[in-house]
Design a protein around this ligand. Structure first.
Ligand SMILES: [Zn+2]
Length: 532
């Protein structure tokens, strides 16, 4: 069956607590969803705020290849004639080919929220749908709280969607607005509605019982051919149905067509692009498109997956544009280390003892609280050290910091290099900044190109929080040298020491890279540490 996809990230998604998009961001999201082959994109409420009004004004000039843009609003106010209703007219003026309007299906809302009679509510629906149809719009009618309304007063709920249908609505979309429905009950209700109504039926579910995706799929199993949701499941409270997951399930598990198999390979990139615009970290464990969705860590899993990926992967990551990752950690056996070394032609460079040492070192560090998956830089350093044992650029003799009452900090660092002792003092706006400056000052006379490396982010995580201020902390520092970025990690009970360890490792790594810049081994290490 062809199932039409309706993405409401720009409307319902932005009602999520952490989600905001500027009008520029919204246009970029619209383009991305158009490229992905989403059938409808709901852009916002033109009648409710100036930002959405601006978006619709600008969207008029956008040439879309596939997507039909929808404006969203409510049925007319009870006190207004439809032609005089400002919000309904704002929907017409938005200039979109599609308009979504929501109306009440739950008698509780009609009596309590609108304070009107049931028949008056039906008139609001009829008038508004007719008016929009008369203006040439494709109308999607969202039956708000339909399932709660059906459970509470079935006849009334049915009459509301009948009114929308009779007035000419193109899609009748049933909404589980409070997200409280269980899948089996929702499926039964959808089956009943399918029997009573012909034409396109839609489903709009929320994730308050973590069932939004399952509920949307249950409706589609009953023959519903229009599905609403948000990219990455953004939305109010616990979010909307995750449209990204729904699309993959429909295409790969249920033999329905949405964006098509070819575009499905762009699903991961689109989901991550939109997360980036929303300025939200992508959930690692998100189905199909998360960073960890095809990551293998346990030794048994890794060795099986390397023989045949179907042993621990329900689909091939490639079909959704994701990739398999083999993680190195205290759980992984020698198999995964060897696999990765082999993949990059490094296996022969290390003898058995060196490979074992490398693995032991990794396990030891992870036991102390290092997280090598998140700190590619520290991991790369370990591999380089295993390949070049004994290569030393400098030794730390001492370091110390002193905080001043004006908020600045001074740091003094003393290093021993081949040509003798180097010492430097610097002040910064905190101990980490001061140590960073003093360390570079020491090294820059010996290795001038070290100054290209910049600290770009600094994160501290408490490891055993029950110990309060005496707890061990993990410091993760991100670096960039204009070409790429990487992270290094340090763990200690002392936050300054943890930061220092991460600082020193970052600069030691950069020196190793610079000294071997043109060698095959160096390139292979980079591919090894970054490519898989
Ligand atoms: Zn909703």
């Amino acid at each position: 069956m062809r199932v039409f996809t309706f993405d409401t990230t720009l409307r319902d998604g932005t009602q999520g607590e952490a989600v905001t998009f500027s009008a520029d961001d919204k246009l970029l999201v619209l383009h991305k969803l158009d490229e992905l082959g989403i059938d409808y994109v709901e852009g916002g409420w033109p009648g409710s705020n100036p930002k959405d009004k601006d978006f619709f004004a600008r969207a008029k000039d956008v040439k879309l290849k596939h997507t039909r843009l929808a404006a969203f609003g409510a049925t007319r106010l009870a006190r207004n004639k439809v032609e005089d209703d400002v919000s309904v007219n704002a929907l017409v003026d938005a200039g979109t080919p599609v308009v979504t309007i929501f109306g009440k299906s739950w008698d509780l809302h009609v009596h309590r929220a609108l304070n009107i009679s049931e028949n008056e509510n039906l008139a609001l629906i009829t008038d508004t749908v007719k008016y929009l149809k008369a203006h040439g719009k494709e109308v999607v009618y969202d039956a708000e709280h339909f399932f709660d309304g059906y459970v509470n007063n079935r006849d009334f709920a049915l009459r509301t969607i009948e009114a929308a249908k009779m007035a000419g609505a193109d899609v009748i979309c049933l909404c589980d607005t409070n997200g409280g429905m269980l899948t089996s009950r929702l499926g039964e209700i959808c089956a009943d509605i399918r029997k009573r109504f012909d034409g396109v039926l839609g489903i709009h579910t929320h994730n308050d019982c973590e069932l939004a995706v399952a509920n949307a799929l249950a409706a589609i199993e009953q023959g519903f051919a229009h599905v609403q949701g948000c990219t990455n499941g953004y939305g109010e409270r616990c979010g909307n149905a995750n449209l990204t997951t729904i699309i993959a399930n429909l295409e790969l598990k249920m033999d329905h067509t949405t964006i098509g198999k070819e575009r499905l390979a762009h699903l991961t990139a689109a989901a991550r692009f939109i997360a980036e615009l929303a300025n939200l970290p992508m959930r690692g464990d998100q189905a199909y498109v998360g960073h960890s969705a095809f990551a293998h860590k346990g030794g048994v899993h890794v060795s099986a997956v390397l023989k045949d990926s179907t042993t621990y992967e329900h689909v091939s990551p490639k079909v959704v544009g994701n990739r398999q990752r083999v993680l190195l950690s205290d759980l992984s056996g020698r198999g995964s280390v060897l696999y990765k070394l082999k993949q990059h032609g490094l296996e022969d460079r290390l003898d058995d003892a060196a490979r074992r040492d490398l693995l032991d070192r990794m396990k030891q560090l992870e036991f102390q609280g290092y997280e090598l998956e998140a700190a590619e830089g520290t991991f790369e350093l370990l591999v380089r050290e295993a390949l070049r044992p004994g290569q030393q650029f400098f030794e730390v003799v001492s370091y110390e910091t002193t905080s001043k009452s004006n908020g600045t900090t001074a740091a003094t660092v003393t290093l021993k290099a081949q040509d003798g002792i180097h010492s430097a003092t610097a002040s910064g706006n905190g101990p980490v900044n001061a140590l960073d400056l003093a360390l570079r000052q020491c090294l820059s006379s010996l290795y001038p190109s070290i100054s290209d490396v910049q600290l770009t982010d600094y994160k501290v995580r408490v490891l055993d929080f029950r110990k309060g201020t005496a707890a061990r902390v993990r410091v993760l520092i991100e670096w960039s040298d204009h070409r790429r970025s990487w992270s290094t990690v340090g763990v200690s009970e002392n936050v300054i020491e943890a930061s220092w360890l991460a600082l020193v490792d970052a600069l030691r790594l950069e020196l190793m890279r610079l000294s071997e810049q043109d060698s095959d081994v160096s390139r292979a290490v980079e591919d090894y540490c970054w490519g898989v």
